[in-house]
Design a protein. Structure first.
Length: 227
């Protein structure tokens, strides 16, 4: 029985090495992942339980550590491993997006920013500083917190822009459990920052709101005139 169990594990690993996750369903991906925190026991049933409990693969990865360890069979090591995956993906995508990237359209900026919010379940504000050719100088996390409680501090945002000698900036924040549509507060915040930036001869090119794998560009929505 142990030999058969070992053989199943090896076959699953070999399959992944040959084709990646192509053809794997959600519980198959989790079953393979859990091999590395549960070295001896069968992980198939636990993988099914996790998907059933949290509804989907992304639901498992988005679940809190506290909720994960409440599931029978999920150890501290397994919960930590699961929580590492979206953050690892985030770090990988961020590392590929080097400074010098030209963000001259809402599509390019949105695609870049989507990678910043992979696996993020709380609200965050990012500031992209651009030079006069719209090359990315840096991307700075300006604030984070619980839902609806991320502080908006235009002075800090503009201080950061001045510090990196930005000619233009793009603001972004996320709606972790909502849609990417802007609220009245989002629109007011955008107009306020746009006016303040103009005084300093800095162009607010866009404010991009992210929700899941979707984003909305306020510049394209006509909230302000710069595109």
């Amino acid at each position: 029985m142990e030999h058969n169990h070992y053989g199943h594990r090896q076959r699953l690993k070999d399959r992944f090495l040959q084709t990646g996750f192509t053809g794997f369903d959600a519980h198959g991906i989790l079953e393979l992942l859990l091999f590395y925190s549960i070295p001896q026991k069968d992980t198939n049933d636990l993988a099914h339980e996790l998907v059933n409990r949290f509804g989907s693969l992304s639901g498992v990865f988005d679940a809190s550590y506290e909720d994960l360890v409440k599931v029978k069979g999920v150890s501290a090591n397994s919960a930590t491993l699961i929580k590492m995956i979206p953050q690892l993906a985030n770090a990988y995508l961020n590392d590929r997006n080097d400074p010098g990237l030209v963000l001259d359209s809402a599509e390019k900026a949105g695609a870049f920013l989507l990678s910043k919010y992979v696996g993020v379940t709380n609200e965050r504000i990012y500031l992209l500083c651009l030079d006069n050719k719209l090359k990315l100088l840096n991307c700075t996390l300006m604030g984070e917190g619980s839902l609806n409680k991320v502080g908006f501090h235009p002075r800090r945002i503009l201080e950061q822009a001045l510090q990196c000698s930005a000619s233009a900036i793009i603001l972004s924040h996320n709606h972790p459990h909502g849609t990417a549509l802007p609220s009245e507060a989002d629109i007011l915040m955008t107009r306020q920052l746009y006016d303040m930036a103009q005084i300093l001869e800095i162009t607010l090119r866009d404010h991009i709101i992210v929700a899941g794998d979707d984003f909305v560009s306020l510049a394209q929505s006509g909230i302000f005139t710069e595109v």
